[in-house]
Design a protein around this ligand. Sequence first.
Ligand code: DAH
Length: 337
Amino acid sequence: MDQQLTQLRTDALAEIAAAADEAAVEAARIKYLGRSGGLTAISEGMKSLSKDDKPRIGKLLNETRNAVTAALDERKAALAANADAAAFAGIDATLPGIAPHTGSLHPITQLQDRAIQIFRRMGFALADGPDIETEWHCFDALNTPADHPARNEQDTFYMPDGRLLRTHTSTIQIRTMEKCAPPIRIIAPGAAYRRDEVDATHLAQFNQMEGLYVAAGVSVADLKGTLEFFFRELFGPDAQFRFRPHFFPFTEPSFEVDIKTRALGSSDRWLEIAGCGMVDPAVFESINAQRGDTAFDPEKFTGFAFGFGLDRLAMIMSGTPDIRAFTENDQRFLAQF
Ligand code: DAH
C-alpha cells in the first residue's frame, strides 16, 4: 500500500501540473480524490491491514490527500492568475487615467448661495414669488404711479392679459407682507425682466436679490449695519461704503450704496452696488388695504428694504467686462469659477 500511495501521489501531481484549464483540474480531482477515485479505492484496503500498519498507512493516506488537495488549489489559482494576466496584456495599468469631466455650479448660483449664507447668519429667511406678476404687485403696491416711466410698454414685458414679467424682485416684499405679519425678515433671490437692449452691461433677463426687514423700531442704522456687514463679508474687511441719497417710489428716505475696496483692483473708484431705503408708509397702507386689517400699522412698525443685481455684482467681483459672458454658457469662461 505504501507503494500504491506513492505512485498515486506522483501520478496525481504530474497530471495536475499538466492540467491546461479548470476542467482538467476538476477531472484530476475526481480521478484521484472523488468518491470512486484512486485514493478511495486504496483506503478501502485499510480494513485488511494489521494493527501495527494501520496508523502508519493512515497517516500516509492523509498526507497524500493533503498534498493532492494543495496541488489542485495551487493549480487552480495559477490558471486564474494567468487568465487575469492575459486580459491585461498590452495594457499599461500605471498610465494615468482619463479624468471624468465634472461640471460645477454657475458663478451666479455660487454668488447667490454665498449671499444667502451670509444673510442667514443675520436671521433672514428665504422668500419667493412668481416671475409673471400683476401690475399691482410690481407697481401699484410699491407706490409706483400709473404714469411712472418703469411702467411704460418700452420698459416692461406685458402679457396679453395685462400681467407682466416682474421688472424687479421687490414684488416679493409685497407677496410676503400679504401673507405674514411683522416681524418680517426675508431675502428673495430671483430673476427680473426688462425690455432692455442687450449689451455689455444690460440683459433682458437678469438676477436680483431683495431684502425686507419690518419690525418695531427698525432704523436707517439697522439698514446701514446690515448692508455693510453683508458687503464686507463678500469683499473683505477693508471695504468702504457710501450711502448716497436717491429716489425709489417705495422707500423714503432712499439710498444707493457705493463701495470702494482693494478687492476690486483699483481701490480709488466708487462703484454702485445696491438700492435701499426705509419702507414708505404708503406701501404699508396699500398692504393693509389689501389685507383688510392694520397688521402693518405705520405708527407701530418701520422697515428697511434693499435690492441688488447679482449679475452686476458677479461682474464687479470677477472683473468681467461683459455681462453677456454669464449667459452664453461658454465652458472656457465658466470653468474659471
Ligand atoms: N427694485 C429696485 C430696482 O430694481 C432696487 C431696490 C431699490 C430694491 C430700493 C429695494 C429698495 O428694495 O429699497 O432697481
